[in-house]
Ligand binder design. Structure first.
Ligand SMILES: Cc1ncc(COP(=O)(O)O)c(C=O)c1O
Length: 299
């Protein structure tokens, strides 16, 4: 069973559909799952539940804890995409009954792209049939080799070294402080953008909350008519924001605060979005936005 409320939830479903019978539990992108509906959808036949923790396409943190409890009660395994949360937000493998957790180097861990990390419980490892997988993706083989600090085939050694350096940097900052910084900086983005007159895109409800690593903002109506002009105006200022993915292209923009950003870079992001909005004649108040973001960062 795959929970879908954004592009990466949908991708998880697409991956599952290549290998198994998969039922999707979907709500519109940017909306929240109703845990009662999820509970009702899990049956005795459900062997595995998949979910994205931080849905990067919409800027929501999904209720992994609640769904993990439901999967556990139903004796189903629980696989979670923690790609844009691990290293930037709280992720409790044991407390949340997670059996498989996956993350990438290049997001909140702030290492170069090219390698991923996978965590599996013994139950999940036992359920995998390595020999049925493509040769290089034989999980049993990877786990056997990992026991000796090895990989089954020649690995991307420079990327492992870079990942180690990134993890040492996280250790130096301290994970609790790093998570607090991500939360403060994401809150500054949210306050900054709303204070300048923009509207956040996602609609968190119940146990679902705004992301602490990526902020998704609706483009004002007039800007949607020609969104490229806004994105060009941002890029001209050497700042990088992303557009919407899939059907949200042209409707929203997204700003990340993953990794090692300083508060000044957050303020620059808010200031730049404000200036770019003014360039395309959107009715915003950039000064109010910067002041609100600064108040959060200094608070
Ligand atoms: C939640 C999530 N999962 C997975 C990925 C990996 O996707 P890709 O390898 O296409 O960058 C991303 C990247 O943005 C992501 O945000």
């Amino acid at each position: 069973m795959a929970l879908v409320n954004g592009k990466f939830g949908r991708r998880f479903a697409r991956i599952a559909e290549r290998h198994a019978q998969c039922r999707r539990v979907s709500v519109p992108w940017g909306e929240s799952f109703d845990l009662e509906a999820v509970a009702a959808a899990i049956t005795e036949e459900t062997a595995l539940v998949t979910m994205v923790h931080n849905e990067t396409s919409t800027g929501l943190v999904n209720p992994v804890s609640g769904v993990g409890r439901l999967a556990d009660e139903a004796d189903a395994l629980f696989a979670v995409d923690g790609v844009t949360s691990i290293g930037g937000d709280v992720f409790c493998i044991d407390d949340w009954n997670v059996d498989v957790a996956v993350t990438d180097a290049q997001k909140a861990l702030a290492a170069p792209p090219g390698i991923s990390a996978l965590y599996v419980t013994e139950a999940a490892a036992a359920a995998a049939d390595g020999e049925a997988a493509p040769f290089y993706e034989d999980l049993d083989w990877h786990l056997r080799k990992a026991g000796d600090d090895q990989t089954p085939f020649t690995s991307a050694v420079p990327l492992f070294r870079a990942m180690a350096a990134a993890l040492e940097a996280i250790e130096r900052e301290g994970l609790p402080g790093r998570i607090r910084r991500h939360r403060r900086q994401a809150a500054a983005f949210r306050e900054g953008f709303t204070a300048m007159g923009l509207e956040l895109f996602p609609e968190p409800a119940g146990a679902t909350v705004y992301s602490n690593t990526v902020t998704a903002v609706s483009l004002p109506g007039p800007v949607r008519a020609e969104p490229t002009a806004f994105f060009d105006a941002v890029e001209e200022r050497n700042v990088s924001v992303s557009g919407g993915q899939g059907h949200l292209g042209g409707d929203i923009f997204r700003v990340s605060n993953m990794g090692g950003l300083g508060d000044e870079q957050i303020l620059r992001g808010v200031r730049t979005v404000g200036a770019a909005m003014e360039d395309v004649s959107a009715a915003v108040d950039p000064a109010a936005g910067v002041a609100a973001a600064r108040a959060v960062l200094e608070g």
